[in-house]
Design a binder for this molecule. Structure first.
Ligand code: PGA
Length: 254
């Protein structure tokens, strides 16, 4: 049985002081709830402080992006060893905002996934189609391309640690969500693609849904057999809302 996972993507929000305050509120709201994995992905400037605030809890620290090289002349970037250095255990890779605004290609995402594994980070790889792609009937093809590129060259024994987040771009920050049934269908497609890509343990890989997840819609996704949790943006900036989502995931895992 796959342990549910809920990841918080704070995006470009939260200077250090409010970030630490939010972690304090989340800790109080969750009280070391078990049976669910929680990953908090603050902006790079708050990683160290949030990592300290999470010390002693079961919740993991994650980066929002990284470069594939371990070091070098890449102004503005952070590397996998640097994320590990401040206490990260996971990293979001290939978020649609990175793909759209920062030109992150499928090939770059693949390099980053391999680098994350090489440095012991759990890659949480985001895939998803745009509205135009969905309307054109090419959603499945886009997802297949993104998934195949992301896992190219990943060793079979690494696959069980991989996490994939299906985030339809048109559902991110819009208040619109995919239906539970459709998200489940796409998650099933992703799992088959992973098995075809050499993941002997494809059944162990966690697949999350993301895109306007809130406390009042999370159950629709958690009750789907192929969906193992959520990647949460906006609602993760509110301790009570995020805690309600995490609690629902813990209940779903029982
Ligand atoms: P949202 O963002 O929950 O605000 O839609 C999700 C994401 O971008 O990961």
């Amino acid at each position: 049985m796959r342990t549910p996972l809920v990841a918080a993507n704070w995006k470009m929000h939260m200077p250090v002081a409010p970030a630490v305050k939010l972690v304090g509120e989340m800790k109080a709201a969750l009280r070391d709830l078990r049976g669910v994995e929680v990953v908090i992905c603050p902006p790079a400037t708050a990683l160290a402080a949030v990592g300290q605030a999470l010390a002693g809890t079961p919740y993991l620290l994650g980066g929002q992006t990284m470069h594939w090289e371990p070091q070098g002349a890449y102004t503005g970037e952070v590397s996998a060893p640097m994320l590990v250095d401040v206490g990260c255990r996971a990293v979001l890779l290939g978020h649609s905002e990175r793909r759209l605004y920062f030109g992150e290609t499928d090939e770059a995402v693949g390099r980053k996934v391999r680098a994350a594994f090489a440095h012991g980070l759990v890659p949480i790889v985001c895939v998803g189609e745009s509205l135009e792609e969905r309307q054109a009937g090419s959603a499945d093809g886009v997802i297949a391309r993104q998934v195949r590129a992301a896992v190219q060259g990943v060793a079979p024994q690494e696959f069980p640690r991989l996490v994939i987040a299906y985030e339809p771009v048109w559902a991110i920050g819009t208040g619109q969500t995919a239906t539970g049934t459709e998200a489940n269908r796409v998650a099933g497609l992703i799992r088959r693609l992973l098995a075809d890509s050499g993941a002997a343990g494809a059944a162990e890989i966690r697949i999350l849904y993301g895109g306007s997840v809130k406390p009042d819609n999370i159950r629709e996704f958690l009750e789907q057999p192929e969906i193992d949790g959520a990647l949460v943006g906006g609602a993760s900036l509110d301790a009570r809302a995020f805690a309600a989502i995490v609690r629902a995931a813990a209940e779903a895992g029982r």
